[in-house]
Structure formats: structure tokens, C-alpha cells
Design a protein around this ligand. Sequence first.
Ligand SMILES: Cc1cc2nc3c(=O)[nH]c(=O)nc-3n(C[C@H](O)[C@H](O)[C@H](O)COP(=O)(O)OP(=O)(O)OC[C@H]3O[C@@H](n4cnc5c(N)ncnc54)[C@H](O)[C@@H]3O)c2cc1C
Length: 438
Amino acid sequence: MIQGIFWILIYLLLVSAPLIILLIGEVPEGREFWRELSVALGFAGLAMMSLQFVLTARFKAIKAPYGADIVYHFHRQVSLVGFGLIVTHPLLLFVFSPDTLALLNLFSAPWRARAGVSAVLMLMALLAMSLWRKRFKIEYTTWRIWHGVLAVMVVALAVVHVVLARHYLNTPWKQGLWIAYGVFWVGLLFYVRVLKPLQLLRRPYQVDSVTPERGNAWSLTVTPIGHQGMHFQPGQFAWITVWNSPFSEAEHPFSFSSSANYPEKLTFTIKELGDFTREIKKLQPGQKVYVDGPFGHFSVDRHVHAEQFVFIAGGVGITPIMSMIRTLAERGEQRPLTLFYSNKDWESVIFREEIEHLKGALNLKVVHVLEKPPTEWDGERGYLSQAILEQHLPEAKKRNTLEVFICGPQPMLNAVEQALVNLRVPFGDFHSERFDLV
Ligand SMILES: Cc1cc2nc3c(=O)[nH]c(=O)nc-3n(C[C@H](O)[C@H](O)[C@H](O)COP(=O)(O)OP(=O)(O)OC[C@H]3O[C@@H](n4cnc5c(N)ncnc54)[C@H](O)[C@@H]3O)c2cc1C
């Protein structure tokens, strides 16, 4: 919690720093209130946009207190706030000083305005591509490349706009501040695009086996080449690159499904869904794989004092939960565990036999919920509902002793989270892993 608060304070400080620093020392003569407000909003918006790079640079220290999905969620939401501040900057000018509308003409406007207008247009394209990627049918990797290119262009053009406008940059050290910001961004890009891939290149893995699972999924096991492998907490995930070098954009996130006790043998269980996941079965033993991780805070190891654990999985959402159950079994876990596992039909229940076997090794109750059960089925049917949860969860007064882990399709996560709130499971005691980052 202390780490979490620390990073929030640093964030607020960095967003407001340009404003505070520009008002220190020799300040240009004051202008109308709305004009000063407009400039202040522009500076704050630019600081926010530039910090977006830090949020997605996969610094483990920043992600650790919140978890990767929360940081990406924040990245998404704060981009809307930053956009609001940035567009309000010219809008205030246009409203209170209509002659500034002429600056929109890119052919006749001065360079500072050309840079500013281009930055805002590119920011609009960036947001539209992100908000409506699926509606526009933009393939993920294409989106990711354009997202990076546009983001760099937006911030670079905005800095050019600030430097050319010169107001509030009337002393060399204030100009130096923005140049330092620029150097920082270039350094960050260098880290993400060059240093990080080089690190991954030096710690390669190779395919050990690819085995079929139920539910159109494959378990890919990789072993380290010339190093010790990767220590992770059960439930965490990593980014995987195959058929490409770590310098490419073609990496995909997958949860570890193996026990955390074996850092030298990592398994990911991957469901065939699209271009990349459909090719997994073609991997050959010995083929090189790069693994960037571990990431995420979706782990029983972060809640060691819980009296019991509840796992709620939908389809391939079982993978991080399987890693936790396998690890707990090997550690000789005694606490009660309950697994709610939702699937379309009995044949597609990934790890079905192993889960049955683990019931013997653990104090584990399993509640299968099937959309299309076989005729002789006497278990739960349909979608996982509040009524099913209520029936199998511990009695109400014990619900504040649970830690609940949920992973599955987005609609299921939303419904289950709401049901848990209704069933009075304390808000901080359930944790969701979302497989859909964008
Ligand atoms: C934290 C996390 C853990 C995951 N764990 C697993 C797992 O254990 N098993 C499993 O089968 N799936 C897992 N996924 C989902 C998996 O990453 C996607 O299904 C896979 O990347 C789809 O790629 P595709 O090219 O086959 O499909 P596509 O049809 O190209 O993509 C389907 C959807 O997957 C997402 N996606 C595609 N490419 C990427 C990418 N490079 N990075 C991020 N998202 C992408 C996009 O939302 C896209 O719309 C996880 C996702 C996340 C975020």
C-alpha cells in the first residue's frame, strides 16, 4: 500500500511539475485569466501524455503494487483526462479570442500552431484507434505499432509547439527543462526498444514440448538456455515471443499454468483463438522462445494470511488458477479451497482429469458449471450466477475471511464481480485477471 501511495504521489508531482517550475523565477507578464488557464491546461495535459510512456514501459516496480491490468486501465482512463485538458487549451483560445481560429489553417499558420494542431489531430486518431480498435477491425499488432508511432509523434510535436511558442520558456533553464523531458522520453524509448530486447536476447528459452489439452488448447513448455529460468508467483503472466526476435512487436501475454516451484520449466496453456494462438501447435522442440516476465499481482502469494481461497474460472481463464492450485498442492496446502469452473460443455473442460485428481491432494471443492451439459448431468447448469455462488460459498458471516480470484471472459468477470458485491464479499478481497488488455 505504501508503494502504491508513493507512486501516486510521484505521478501527481510529475503532472504538476511543469506548471510549478514554469511559475518559479522570472515569469512573463500576466495575461487574461482564460488565456493563462488555457496554457496551464495544455502543460498539465502534455505532462500526463508524456507519463503515459512510463506507465506502459513494464517497469516492475511501478506495476507491482497495483497489477498490470490496473496500470493499463489507468493508462486508458487517464489518456481521456489528458485529451480533455489538451483540447480545452485551444478551445478556450477560440472561444475568448476568435481571431486565433486562423491558427487552424495549416497552410498559413506559424510553425508553432502547425505543430500544435498536428499534435491534437494525431492524438484524436490515437484515441479513436484505441477506443474502437475492434469496431474498426484493426488487428492487434498493427494497432500496437501505430499506437507507438502516433504517441511518439504527438508528444514530439507538442514539445515543438511549447518550445516555439516560447511563452513561459523565457529563460534558458526553463527551456532546458523541456529539453530534459525530451531526453528522458528518448531514453525511455531506448530502454524499451533496445535495452530490454537485448536483455531478453541474452536469456532465451527453447520449446520442450507442445501437448494438446481439452478445449482446443495447447500446453507449451519451455526450458531456459544457459540460465536459471524465471522465478514467478503462481497466477502471474509473461509476454512470449516466438518466430521473431525480441525487437519485434509480435509478443503475446500468457499466464503461467505450471507450478511456481519449477522456474526452470515454464508451461503456458494457450487456447486457439486467432492468428498467433492457432500456430502454437506447430512449434518444434528446440525452437527458440523469448519470455519477458513475470508480471501481475493475481496470486495467492500476495494474500498469504487468507483463511480460505475461492477460485472462479471461465474456460481458458483456468490457466493462472491452475498454476496456483498446482503450486498449493505441492506445498501441502491445508486451507479450504473452492473452485467454480464454468465451461460450455463437459468435453472442453481444460485440465478436467487433473483437477479431479487434485481434489484428493487438497481440501478442494470443485463446482463445475456447464452451459450445455450432457443429459445425465446433475451438476450446475447455465452461466455462473449469483445463486450458484451463494449456494456454494461459505456462509455470509465467514465471507470476509476469503480471498477470491476470478479469471474468464469479460462478461463473466463483470457479472461475478457484481454478484460478489451483492453477496457482501469485501471489495478488496476479490481479484480479477483480464485477458483483454485493449
Ligand atoms: C494478462 C493476460 C494473460 C493471458 N493469459 C492467457 C492464457 O493463459 N491462455 C490463453 O490462451 N490466452 C491468454 N491470454 C490471451 C492471449 O494473450 C490472447 O488470446 C492472444 O494474444 C491472442 O492472439 P491471437 O493473435 O491468436 O488472436 P487475435 O485474434 O489476434 O486476438 C484476439 C484478441 O486477443 C488480444 N490480443 C491479441 N494479440 C495480443 C497481444 N500481442 N498482446 C495482448 N493482447 C493481444 C486482443 O484483445 C485481440 O482482440 C492472456 C491475456 C492477458 C492480457
